[in-house]
Design a protein around this ligand. Structure first.
Ligand SMILES: Nc1ncnc2c1ncn2[C@@H]1O[C@H](COP(=O)(O)OP(=O)(O)OP(=O)(O)O)[C@@H](O)[C@H]1O
Ligand SMILES: [Mg+2]
Length: 245
């Protein structure tokens, strides 16, 4: 609550959002909120529309219907670069580093003006392996190092909202630990997170709220504790409630 007794608006709010690829509707009447200083998990089976929802939220694709609000301001229809300027950091599926540029160049690209040196130092402090590889091309990094480079962006610009699409995909368990630890730190430093994640239990463990998406519709919203052990877990995610950690 604010001093005058009002609740602050959510960092992100999707109201009755519909998204399409061509003539095919992929998201239907999606309502979703990411409250201030919170971590929200978005889970669902393959093809449910999770990536599409993040794309619609960050302006990478337009919404066909509905509204997108950022801290109460209607930002529907703003393209991704303008959303980025408003503090929305989208870390896409498949990493999104520029492979022919060096690690240093990739980092500088996402550093605020005149803060490049400071950003390089912060990135190297967060992931020392990146500090040791500044002059190497991003494409020659291992998968885990590329993911570190991709997500360290979430840290350099102090975004209001970080949308993370399957950051752990294809990575070794130890690297996944590092990535999750880092995401926890980003959240503790004040950014809100919307996480799409295949390691369901890890995502739930750090989330304040969870949404389940199935066939493009939200079928559950609540605290993770309400989801554990629920039949809905097996029905919509196709796994036993105790699996998937
Ligand atoms: N660029 C595109 N053009 C046309 N259809 C697409 C496009 N991207 C995704 N789709 C379709 O939209 C639906 C939702 O896809 P989306 O990638 O959002 O699902 P997802 O929940 O992220 O799946 P996964 O868990 O496999 O990553 C799928 O049926 C997919 O085939
Ligand atoms: Mg996806």
């Amino acid at each position: 609550m604010t001093l005058n007794g009002e609740h602050p608006p959510p960092i992100l709010e999707l109201r009755s959002v519909e998204a399409r690829y061509g003539m095919t509707t992929v998201l239907w009447d999606v309502n979703l909120e990411v409250p201030p200083a919170s971590v929200v998990a978005l889970l669902g089976p393959n093809g449910a529309g999770k990536t599409t929802l993040l794309r619609a939220a960050s302006g990478l694709i337009p919404v066909a219907k509905g509204r997108v609000l950022l801290e109460g301001t209607d930002v529907t229809g703003l393209p991704m670069y303008r959303m980025a300027r408003l503090g929305v950091c989208h870390i896409p599926e498949g990493r999104g580093v520029l492979p022919s540029l060096s690690v240093k160049e990739n980092l500088i690209l996402f550093s605020p003006k005149h803060k490049e040196r400071e950003c390089l130092e912060r990135a190297a402090a967060a992931f020392p392996i990146l500090g040791a590889r500044l002059n190497q091309t991003a494409g020659s990094l291992s998968g885990g190092e590329q993911q570190m480079l991709a997500i360290v962006r979430a840290y350099l610009t102090n975004p209001r909202l970080v949308l993370v699409d399957e950051a752990s995909m294809g990575l070794a368990p130890l690297v996944v630990d590092q990535i999750f630890e880092f995401l926890g730190r980003v959240a503790r430093e004040g950014s809100s997170l919307l996480l799409v994640e295949q390691y369901i239990h890890r995502a739930l463990a750090m989330s304040d709220r969870v949404y389940l998406l199935n066939h493009g519709r939200i079928v559950f919203c609540g605290p993770p504790s309400e989801l554990e052990g629920e039949e809905i877990f097996e029905r919509y995610l196709g796994i036993e409630a105790t699996a998937g950690s």
